[in-house]
Structure formats: structure tokens, C-alpha cells
Design a protein around this ligand. Structure first.
Ligand code: ADP
Ligand code: ASP
Ligand code: MG
Length: 815
């Protein structure tokens, strides 16, 4: 025989009950001799609890009672033939009348004992099982409704009763004999004590009922039918990428459920384990899916862990005292005391100096635990051998679980790296001696982020998701979005990352969506649904969303975003930017930003600060990291100036060449912004700093291209007038170059810690001689590249290549 247990969500509605009917019939027709255990309809146990509490406070419960009646009657009306409905209505009504009377009693006494509460919630399972049994009876006449409270005998610990195994075994066994040919529908969750008072087995206890019946009746399997595809690698409500594990050992399942994986109630594993009966978790709504089998062997897996689970709300109690803790018998006294008072200790850690013990309990138990400790250790407290216990609240436990951990080194390293990189502070750590789980205590506000980050870290074969917040949607920003969209499939197939743009802002509007903004319609959406933008609140929101693996992209040319960089790094968010302002401001700021990023373990990538998408910053960094030393850097890093000098040949005048460059859109509205060399200077400054020199802008020797009068002209028109007058000066330069077989280049240089930029004439042996169009070029002479420098050359401007450079930086954050 088999036990099939269906949870609340499987009996929550007409449609789900129809799915249950199919599964039961199929099993019955296949000769599996199923025994069915059902929970209360979904939401009913919570509702009954609320009604009971309300009754004690004299808050009316009649509407809730009516709702409960209708919830069940609706199912009867839909699923039982009209001629059979009346007796079912009558029986349900009788049960509901009993319930009402009990609630009235509670209300009259204004008192709700745990015993009355158990009696009240037990109606949930009785109503649902009776009803569904009657529905099935129409097709399978040997169906029988069984009230398990007559068979599951427990102690009197109402709310969380312990089963009397011997007695229960006998009773269920004889039930098995007498009902051998029946299709039994058994209420989950409930039992009775020795006086026949109804008890419950703890929330989620129907699973346990199923295991108890399965074990006594020696089932071939205990199937737990629910609303997910098995035991998943993490709670699917928090971790979207969680996936079903095909096989778990009993111990793994126990640890995962003990640390919060609600899909199965931890005690369920014990009876099954003792009889080696497999437990199979399956999805009522996807019956073809094999689900998770929980068995003796943990099975092979390519992942080092089986899952991550968590308890979102715990309190931690710290005990310290040099005169006390660590002395033999102290821990024994402490934990015996807590056990005797039914306080469940979730986790314990003790510092190696043994001067403190930290343990976690359910928040409802914290103040009781403190009172008990204060009473038990009164003398020690008075004598100052023990400090007053300190309670910390709003904490969560996160646990990674898996038998493979035993054999794999570096598991805790991976866990702490993922947490650290995401700025999640670990308050306490415990590793079970079995090495089956490592649990950490963290702030509750960080739990969702931590679960996702740790999931990404351990299930690396899955895609790692980068959450991107982008400011600036001009040419580069919008090109970047298009590129990300176009490359999406390639990235998914060929790399381990997935990019999710979750926040976008320009100077007018901002938009957020933690599931990812659609990159084909972002512009319209931003316009239509966006809120008024404000950078400070954009950053607050980014922090508040608290997503793992976050990247802030600054695609603006303004100073404002850079004033937030430090704050952003402190929130453990990486930055990618094409904006040069932060790195070329004061050296102290440059240094501070780099240091902050390093301290927080996040990335600061700005490849596009120099030469757009060309690999320059990264090459320099790699040279430095590999221990090479920069002897000299020479570069042409202004596409505009390159263009102008490459075209200032033959008969053309300098004046005409500049005019033409402007008409073609190669220059800023005021060409002096390019020809003044300031932008070039900034790039050289950044390279010099990255090469290890603490320089300021004023330290750069910036040679002028233009005569003073051009620079001083008060308008663009005046500038051109002055430029026309300077033609002779430029022609003379050109002729000199021609006569020496040279070309004019505006070259930046870093040598011996000094940066200069000047007009030079170079001959055909110089690598910069043959530069064409608006290309950039840079040559690194280093100790390793001494005889022939390392040269990078290519297009150094334009939205397409710049966005591609930003994109490459982004992918590197994920790497
Ligand atoms: P039932 O009503 O069938 O007993 P429960 O609500 O008790 O169902 O348990 C199923 C739910 O457990 C799922 O819907 C899921 O949201 C939640 N859950 C939490 N952690 C996990 C996990 N690791 N694997 C599967 N489900 C989980
Ligand atoms: N109905 C009970 C509860 O909600 C038991 C169960 O569903 O397992 O806790
Ligand atoms: Mg459950």
C-alpha cells in the first residue's frame, strides 16, 4: 500500500480537489491500495486559530463561521450529485454547530486554553476529510472517513503533542486489519491524549500523520502531494531560481525542513527513516513531474550542497561570564533547563575562548528563556560570574545543507564570500559536527538578498543574475540597453550570467522593477510609468531593494552621480561607468573611491574613461597586477584631435579642417573644448594614477595646440576669426613637418612619473605615424615590453564602441 497525503493547497478549491480525485483514482485503479491523509482546506487552520483568539476577546466570529460553511458547501454543490448532497450538508452543518458551541464557550469564559484551541482547529481536518471522502464515495463506494484522533495517541502537550508510539501503533494496526479493503480518508494533524482530549501535532503536522500511518502499515511509499515540484533548493517564494532536487537523504531533508523549508514537517522523516520507507514530495498540479524522493542514500549530485533554507524570525540570546561559562556542567544546566520548559533551541555557538555562549530561539520564547535563566542562575548573576543575558531581535538563520559538504573543502569560504561581497554581516556561525549543515545568523532585513546571493554562489551552473541600476539614457545608455537585449541569448547560452536591468533613470524620470525592465520598451515605460527622477531617492531605492549582485552604471557626463559613488560602494554595490569625472577629480577622491571599493569587495570598472571600448585601463591594470613596471606610456587619446591632424594635409588650411570637423559632428559645439586638450588631460591623469602616481590635474604639463588669441576669444565666432588669422602659424608647422617627412601629432606622455601633452612631429618609424581617421592609439613601454612596446589601437569614440566597453565591464563584474 501507499500513503498519499494532500496538503491544504491541494484541497483549497473545487479545481484542486478535482486534481486530487484524479490522483487518488489513478492510484486506486492501479491497485496501489492508497490510504489518503488530507489537511484542512487552505487557510482554514489559520482562520480557525484567529476565530478562537477572537472569541476569547469577544470579537465576533459569526462571519468567519459563515465563510467557513460556504467554503465547504460550495465544493459539495459542485462535486456531489444533487440527490446525495443533503446528508453531506447535514453532517457538515452538525460539525459547524459543534464548533460554534465551543467558540461560544470560549467567548463566555473569555479564556482560550491550548486545549480548547486544539479542539477548535481540529475541525479543519475533520471537515475537509469528511467532505472529500463523500465526493470520492460516489465513484469508489468502499471509501471510509477516519477521524485520526481515535488512532493517534499523544501526550498532553497541546499545540505540539508528542505521539505515544506503542499505543498508536496498536490502534492503527487494528484499523488496518478491519479496514483492509477500504479506501480510507484520514484526518491529518490531530490526535487525542490519554483522557480523549483532542491534541494537534504542530503546524504542518499532517505530513507527520501520513508518515505514522505509512510506517505502521508498512507502506511502499509515503507521497506528500503539495503545490510545488518537490523539495526545492530554496524557498521558491524568495529565490526564483530554486529548482527541485530529485533525491535527498532523510537527514538532508530533516535539516532543510528543520531550518525552515516548510514543504515538509521535520518529524515526518523519523518514522519513515526507521522503516526505510521513501517519502516522495510531488506536485498535485503537475502530477507527471517525478518530484523529490527522500530516501536512505543521499545520491550523487554535481552540486556541493542540496539546498539553502532559512528561518526568517529568530531571537538570539548571548550569555557571557568568565567565571561561569566553560566550567563543566554549565551548558548542561542551561540546555536542560530550556528543554524542560519546552523552549526549542534552534542553534548554538560557543566562542573558542568559551567565555560566551550564543543560542537562537523562537522570538516568542525569548523573554521566557531570559526569565528562566535569571531564576536558575540567580546566585551566579549576583556574584558577577555571569553577565545579564542579552537578547538580540530581528534576526534570521540561513543554513546550507548537503552531505557532499563533508567531502568538499571551501564550502564555508564560498558561503562567507557570497555574504561578504553583498555586504551582509554575519552575527554568528554554527556548523553541525556532522558537516551536514553550516548555519549563519544574519539581520532579518538581509535575508532575501542573502538567500539569492548564496543560491547563486552554490548553484553556479545556473546563471548568476546581475541586477543593474543605470543612470543616463542618452546615446550610450540607450545603445547599451539595445546591446544587452541583443546579447541576452548569447550570454545565457555561453556565459554564466544573466543581466537584469532593475532600475533606470534619466534627468526627468526613473523606473524600477525588481523582475527586470523590458529592454525593448524601456523608453516608453519610463516615460509613461516613471516617477519624477531624483538621484538621491534613486540611490535610496536601489539600496532598499537590497538585491544581490548589484551594479550601478553611470552613463551620464555629469558630476552629480560621482558624489554618490562612495556611498554606493559602502552599500556593497559595484560601479561601472564611462563618466570620467570621479577618477579625474582630486587625487584624494580617486584614492578614497578605489579604497572603498576594495574594502567592500566590489568592483569599480571604468574602461571607457580612456579610449572608449578599447582595452586600455584593463591592460594597464593587468600589467601592474602581474608585477610589470611601466617605463613609459605614449598615447593619442582624442579622436577629434586625431581627425583634425589626419585631415590637415595637402592644401587644406587648419581653419577649414576644424570647421569641417565641426560640421561632421566630430567636435564639441565649441571646438576649443577638444582642442584645449582638457579631456585628453583627464584621460592621461587617470592612466597615470592607475599606473601608481599620485598626480593632480595641475601636475600635467598641458601644451597648447592653439595660439593664445584663439583660446581667449569670447565667442565661437570670434574664435574662428582668430583661427583664420592663425593659418600662417599652422601652415608653417605643416610645412616643417612635410620637409622632414613627418606628421603632426598631439601626444600624451607619462614618463618617470610626469605627464605631459604636446604637439610633436613624428616620422614614419614612430608607431603613431600611420594613425588614420579618429582612431586612438596607446603604447606601453614596460620592463617586459621594453624593446617593442605593447600597442593598442582602434576607434576611440562613438556610442556603439563606448556602450560595448561598458557592457564588457558589466560582464566582468559578473565573472
Ligand atoms: P501543504 O499545504 O501542501 O502542506 P505547505 O504550504 O505546508 O504545503 O508547503 C509547501 C510550500 O512550502 C510551498 O508552496 C513553498 O512555498 C514552501 N517552501 C518553502 N521552502 C521550500 C523548499 N525548499 N522547497 C519547496 N517548497 C518550499
Ligand atoms: N492544517 C494544519 C496546518 O495548517 C496541518 C497541515 O496542514 O499539515 O498546519
Ligand atoms: Mg504543509
Amino acid at each position: 500500500m501507499k500513503v498519499l497525503k494532500f496538503g491544504g493547497t491541494s484541497v483549497g478549491s473545487v479545481a484542486s480537489i478535482e486534481a486530487v480525485l484524479d490522483i487518488v483514482k489513478h492510484s486506486f485503479d492501479n491497485g496501489e491500495k492508497p490510504l489518503i491523509v488530507l489537511s484542512a482546506m487552505s487557510g482554514v487552520t489559520n482562520l480557525l486559530t484567529k476565530m478562537a483568539e477572537n472569541a476569547a476577546d469577544r470579537i465576533p466570529f459569526e462571519d468567519d463561521l459563515k465563510f467557513l460553511e460556504e467554503k465547504h458547501f460550495e465544493v459539495v454543490k459542485k462535486l456531489i450529485a444533487v440527490k446525495f448532497q443533503n446528508p453531506v450538508f447535514t453532517k457538515l452543518k452538525l460539525m459547524l454547530n459543534d464548533l460554534e458551541e465551543i467558540l461560544q464557550g470560549v467567548s463566555a469564559l473569555k479564556e482560550l486554553s491550548l486545549q480548547s484551541k486544539d479542539l477548535i482547529v481540529s475541525f479543519g481536518e475533520r471537515l475537509s476529510n469528511y467532505m472529500v471522502a463523500k465526493i470520492i464515495e460516489q465513484q469508489i463506494p468502499q471509501t471510509e472517513f477516519i477521524d485520526a484522533s481515535h488512532y493517534v495517541k499523544t501526550n498532553s502537550n497541546f499545540g505540539n503533542a508528542q505521539v505515544n508510539e506503542e499505543l498508536t501503533h496498536q490502534l492503527i494496526q487494528s484499523l488496518g486489519y478491519t479496514h483492509a479493503e477500504k479506501l480510507m480518508f484520514v484526518t491529518g494533524f490531530i490526535g487525542t491524549n490519554d483522557k480523549g482530549r483532542v491534541t494537534t501535532l504542530g503546524r504542518g503536522g499532517s505530513d507527520y500523520t501520513a508518515a505514522i500511518f505509512g510506517s505502521v502499515l508498512e507502506a511502499s511509499a509515503i507521497e506528500i502531494w503539495t503545490d510545488v515540484n518537490g523539495m526545492l533548493t530554496a524557498d521558491p517564494r524568495i529565490v526564483k531560481k530554486a529548482f527541485s532536487q530529485p533525491i535527498l537523504s532523510y537527514t538532508e531533508a530533516m535539516e532543510l525542513s528543520y531550518f525552515g523549508a516548510k514543504v515538509i514537517y521535520p518529524p515526518t522523516m523519523i518514522p519513515a527513516f526507521l522503516k526505510k520507507i521513501p517519502i516522495v514530495i510531488r506536485n498535485t498540479f503537475e502530477p507527471g513531474f517525478p518530484g523529490t524522493t527522500i530516501q536512505y542514500e543521499s545520491g550523487k549530485s554535481s552540486f556541493p550542497i542540496k539546498g539553502i533554507s532559512s528561518i526568517s524570525d529568530i531571537s538570539v540570546i548571548n550569555l557571557s561570564g568568565s567565571g561561569m561559562i566553560g566550567k563543566s556542567g554549565f551548558s548542561g544546566r542551561l540546555f536542560t533547563l530550556l528543554a524542560r520548559e519546552q523552549i526549542n533551541v534552534v542553534l548554538i555557538t560557543q566562542s573558542s575562548s568559551e567565555h560566551s555562549i550564543t543560542f537562537a530561539v523562537n522570538p516568542d520564547d525569548a523573554s521566557k528563556a531570559v526569565k528562566l535563566i535569571e531564576a536558575e542562575f540567580e546566585l551566579e548573576l549576583e556574584a558577577n560570574k555571569l553577565q545579564v543575558p542579552v537578547v538580540e531581535e530581528n534576526l534570521s538563520v540561513l543554513a546550507i545543507v548537503g552531505e557532499n559538504m563533508k567531502r568538499t573543502p571551501g564550502m564555508s569560504g564560498r558561503l562567507f564570500y557570497a555574504l561578504g561581497r553583498n555586504g551582509i554581516n554575519v552575527r554568528a556561525i554554527a556548523q553541525g559536527s556532522s558537516e551536514l549543515n553550516i548555519s549563519v545568523i544574519i539581520g532579518k532585513e538581509n535575508l532575501a538578498k542573502a538567500l539569492n546571493a548564496v543560491h547563486d554562489a552554490f548553484f553556479a551552473q545556473l546563471k548568476k543574475t546581475l541586477h543593474v541600476f543605470n543612470v543616463g539614457t542618452g546615446n550610450i545608455g540607450s545603445t547599451l540597453f539595445r546591446q544587452i537585449h541583443e546579447q541576452h541569448n548569447f550570454l545565457v547560452e555561453n556565459s554564466d550570467i544573466e543581466i537584469n536591468v532593475v532600475g533606470v533613470s534619466n534627468s526627468r524620470k526613473m523606473l524600477f522593477n525588481s523582475d527586470g525592465i523590458d529592454l525593448t520598451s524601456w523608453a516608453d515605460e519610463l516615460e509613461e510609468k516613471g516617477e519624477l527622477s531624483d538621484l538621491a531617492s534613486f540611490i535610496d531605492r536601489m539600496r532598499a531593494m537590497n538585491l544581490p549582485n548589484c551594479v550601478f552604471i553611470d552613463n551620464t557626463a555629469s558630476k552629480l552621480p560621482s558624489t554618490y559613488y562612495e556611498e554606493i560602494f559602502k552599500a556593497n554595490i559595484s560601479i561601472v561607468t564611462c563618466n570620467k569625472i570621479a577618477n579625474s577629480g582630486e587625487y584624494a577622491q580617486y584614492q578614497k573611491l578605489h579604497e572603498t571599493a576594495r574594502k567592500h569587495g566590489v568592483d569599480f570598472f571604468y574602461e571607457t574613461n580612456v579610449g572608449a571600448g578599447l582595452p586600455i585601463v584593463r591592460v594597464l591594470k593587468d600589467l601592474m597586477l602581474s608585477g610589470d613596471r611601466i617605463v613609459k606610456i605614449e598615447a593619442i587619446l582624442s579622436g577629434t584631435i586625431s581627425y583634425i591632424f589626419n585631415n590637415f594635409v595637402g592644401d587644406s588650411s587648419f581653419y577649414e579642417t576644424v570647421k569641417q570637423a565641426q560640421e561632421l559632428g566630430y567636435t564639441e559645439p565649441d571646438p576649443r573644448d577638444d582642442l584645449g586638450g582638457v579631456d585628453f588631460m583627464r584621460k592621461m591623469l587617470i592612466l597615470a594614477r592607475d599606473a601608481g602616481y599620485a598626480l593632480e590635474a595641475a601636475d600635467v604639463d598641458l601644451g597648447a595646440i592653439l595660439p593664445q588669441a584663439c583660446l581667449e576669444a569670447s565667442s565661437v565666432d570670434d574664435f574662428y576669426a582668430e583661427l583664420l588669422k592663425a593659418d600662417q602659424y599652422f601652415n608653417a608647422l605643416k610645412e616643417k613637418a612635410n620637409s622632414e617627412n613627418k606628421v603632426i601629432r598631439y601626444i600624451g606622455k607619462l614618463e618617470e612619473g610626469k605627464v605631459s601633452i604636446a604637439l610633436e612631429m613624428v616620422d614614419e618609424n614612430h608607431p603613431f605615424y600611420a594613425l588614420s581617421g579618429s582612431d586612438n592609439i596607446i603604447s606601453f613601454t614596460t620592463e617586459r615590453y621594453k624593446d617593442r612596446p605593447l600597442v593598442v589601437k582602434g576607434p576611440g569614440a562613438g556610442a556603439e564602441v563606448t556602450a560595448a566597453g561598458v557592457f564588457a565591464d558589466l560582464v566582468n563584474v559578473g565573472a
